[in-house]
Write a protein that binds this ligand. Structure first.
Ligand code: FES
Length: 587
């Protein structure tokens, strides 16, 4: 190979008349491609995150064939390539720990490969933001197909079992209400097929974001994983990929202040996952934008909460899909949107929303009679969370606890929580506030989804189903509850959470967005904080520890954000290698 301009040449290397073209075509011919096929343009890469270690994405193995069919029918040459794939249930401590690594894999593969554009095949929670972040940084035209939610299933006469049913089921097992036979039976009943979590959890929320930002086709977010509709979407996305290359629209042009606002308004109207705040900030950062807690709060406060869909409501995801999905949601509040922003088809949202029938009120309420006048995600700030925190108001059992003052019971990490939460002697009552710390971006590492602290068994037996909880961790998008999450700065880097002690009084007001301790400031500052995280000695863990940002900066690595963002490394900085070499010379 000549090594001539590979990074910038894209698929043109296959039609190069010289040595590069000959060698590129010859390698594909060796794999069975015809002389005509290897001369097709554009060349469309397909980043496939199917993996046995990620069952949510297993359906992508079938969908990729449909994508290829669409690319070929539009005249292009599809070339599939694997990337790492991160599964929320199978990755410890959490898949967020590897999200930035996956984004680097995706970015580099898109950048260095002889392709003109890419189709991203993702699904499980972190795979979608990782792919979007990588694609934005790589800069070639990109479209996306998500795996789609798995079908709703049945258990003992209940024919609408979804993944969020697992949490109360496990709580009942903890207190002895579920016997071994039903425990085994439920294991086989919970997931009826491959696909992502079948409620408005993180995967579905991120699918909606991909659609609103203009990467996934309009109306594609919620089609079931194994449906004919999902296969049709994959096929049409293959065609759309070729068109996206012809339009030459970079992902950065799609991620604009207007499209980010549209995306978050959709999330908070749907009652989507708290994780969206982290991922949307990270995606924005790759395109040179910063959203910030205050703007998230303003968008949420001025968007009505509309979706009566699980886990925050009564209806299932297929019912939301049948009601019109994301376009129907956006169609409920067009006056709040930037309607000139683009869809994955190159059309405007104005065009896509025109003439759509209104969805049923009981599934998607109208803006005139919403489920709540403000969106489902609340941002918090105060002396306990100077960098911010987030709380999901959808599906909360006892809204009276939205404003609550109580004494804290503090758990230092998961081992401490597991050892004491069900201890009959735990000094806790229904008015207590449970705090779990040491599990933020640096501390865990990667902010595992454990912030949804279980109700202590002795209170559960008394019928307590809701308590105020606070953590620097995240929680699953399939969970609900009055949980102040993503508290920043986290305890492991010395945030205020590190100084709390059992019995301290804390005040939460989700309406005004306050999260405060009521300890005398001088006494508080004089305390010895919770132990800081120590730096790992090698490998990715060391890279993560040194460079991961706090939740309000999307937990991205500082050096992956767009250089225009304040705090990103400067391009003029001499490399560490250069500094080391010159130091050696001068010595
Ligand atoms: Fe993969 Fe929920 S665990 S989407």
């Amino acid at each position: 190979m000549s090594q001539r301009g590979i990074a910038g040449s894209g698929g043109a290397l296959f039609s190069d008349p010289g040595q590069d073209g000959l060698m590129h075509r010859a390698f594909l011919r060796g794999g069975g491609a015809s002389a005509e096929e290897v001369r097709r343009t554009p060349v469309i890469g397909i980043a496939n995150s199917a993996s046995d270690l990620n069952p949510c994405n297993a359906g992508l193995r079938r969908l990729v064939q449909e994508v290829k069919r669409g690319v070929r029918e539009a005249g292009g040459l599809p070339l599939e390539f694997p990337t790492i794939s991160i599964s929320e249930p199978f990755t410890r401590p959490t898949s967020l720990y590897l999200r930035n690594l996956m984004s680097m894999d995706v970015e580099e593969m898109i950048s260095v490969s002889p392709i003109d554009g890419v189709v991203l095949l993702g699904g499980c929670d972190k795979t979608v933001p990782a792919q979007l972040m990588g694609a934005v940084s790589a800069g070639k035209p990109a479209v996306m197909v998500v795996a789609g939610p798995r079908p709703v299933s049945c258990h003992r006469g209940n024919s609408s079992i979804t993944v969020d049913d697992a949490w109360p089921f496990c709580d009942r097992r903890r207190v002895g209400e579920i016997d071994d036979a039903e425990w085994l039976e439920f294991e086989g009943n919970l997931n009826a097929d491959v696909g992502t979590c079948n409620v408005l959890g993180t995967a579905s929320t991120m699918a909606a974001i991909a659609e609103v930002l203009g990467f996934a086709l309009p109306g594609s977010a919620f089609a079931e994983s194994t449906s004919l509709e999902r296969r049709e979407i994959a096929y049409r996305t293959g065609i759309a990929a070729v068109a996206a290359v012809e339009r030459d629209v970079s992902p950065r042009e799609l991620v604009t202040p207007g499209s980010l606002e549209n995306a978050f308004r959709a999330v908070t109207a749907l009652g989507g996952s708290t994780n969206s705040v982290i991922h949307l900030e990270a995606i924005a950062g790759r395109a040179g934008h910063r959203i910030g807690i205050d703007r998230f709060e303003e968008w949420s406060r001025t968007t009505p909460y509309l979706a009566n869909v699980r886990p925050g409501g009564a209806h299932t995801l297929p019912e939301l899909e049948a009601a019109g999905g994301v376009p129907a949601t956006l169609g409920r509040f067009p006056e709040l949107l930037h309607l000139t922003e683009r869809t994955a088809l190159g059309t405007s949202w104005q065009t896509e929303l025109a003439g759509r029938p209104a969805p049923p009120e009981d599934i998607l309420a109208s803006a005139a009679a919403p489920r709540a006048p403000r969106g489902a995600l609340r941002m918090l700030r105060g002396n306990l969370a100077p960098g911010g925190a987030v709380l999901k108001a959808a599906g909360v059992g006892d809204p009276g606890l939205f404003t609550h003052r109580g004494r804290v019971v503090v758990f230092d990490g998961l081992d401490d929580l597991n050892a004491r939460i069900d201890d009959p002697d735990l000094n806790v009552d229904a008015q207590s506030i449970l705090v779990l710390r040491g599990l933020g971006p640096v501390g865990a590492p990667g902010m595992p989804e454990v912030g949804h602290i279980p109700i202590p068994a002795k209170l559960h037996r008394q019928g307590v189903t809701e308590m105020v909880r606070i953590s620097d961790a995240r929680m699953s998008g399939t969970s609900t509850g009055i949980v102040a999450l993503h508290v920043s700065p986290e305890a492991a880097v010395g945030g205020p959470l590190a100084y709390l002690r059992d019995g301290d009084e804390v005040f939460l007001d989700a309406e005004s967005g306050r999260l405060e301790h009521c300890v005398d400031p001088e006494e508080f500052a004089a305390r010895t904080p919770f132990r800081p995280a120590t730096a790992p000695l090698r490998g990715f863990a060391r890279l993560h520890h040194a460079h991961v940002l706090q939740a309000e900066d999307g937990c991205d690595f500082d050096f992956l954000r767009d250089p225009s963002i304040p705090g990103a490394p400067s391009a003029e900085e001499p490399s560490a290698h250069f500094q080391e070499a010159t130091r050696n010379v001068s010595e």
